[in-house]
Write a protein that binds this ligand. Structure first.
Ligand code: ZN
Length: 130
């Protein structure tokens, strides 16, 4: 069978997108949450900005409660950022603003046998309304 893309990166993304797809929406999981604004900034492992800030407001009725943000490193394997827990914790504690950063736990291949950790950094701010 022809597969347009394969390899560990694709398999992981496919598996993760299934996990996202089968999760309830943000509205279903957090009925008290009325608005969410996500502000993202990407940095490399040394803390140097990689690109401009991204700010968006997911549609709570459609966005899934397993909330993943892709790592901007195109060669990154089994990385990416998972904001699922930070969002759940913020709602539970009824916070209106949460700022933190997380480090990508993926890696990339330097050669066929040598890999280097990705360690890209995502700095995020969540603004929540109830
Ligand atoms: Zn990464």
């Amino acid at each position: 069978m022809y597969r347009p893309k394969e390899g560990p990166r694709f398999d992981y993304r496919a598996q993760e997108s299934q996990r996202v797809g089968s999760s309830p929406t943000l509205t279903d999981r957090f009925p008290q949450l009325k608005s969410l604004i996500v502000n993202l900034g990407y940095y490399n492992s040394k803390g140097v900005a990689k690109n401009s800030q991204i700010k968006y407001s997911p549609n709570l009725d459609r966005a899934k409660s397993v909330f993943r943000v892709d790592c901007p490193n195109a060669g990154c394997i089994r990385g990416d950022f998972d904001l699922t827990e930070p969002i759940a914790k913020a709602v539970k504690e009824h916070r209106t603003t949460v700022s933190a950063e997380m480090c990508c736990q993926g890696w990339q291949s330097k050669t066929t046998i040598d890999t280097v950790p990705c360690h890209n950094i995502l700095r995020y701010t969540l603004s929540l309304g109830y």
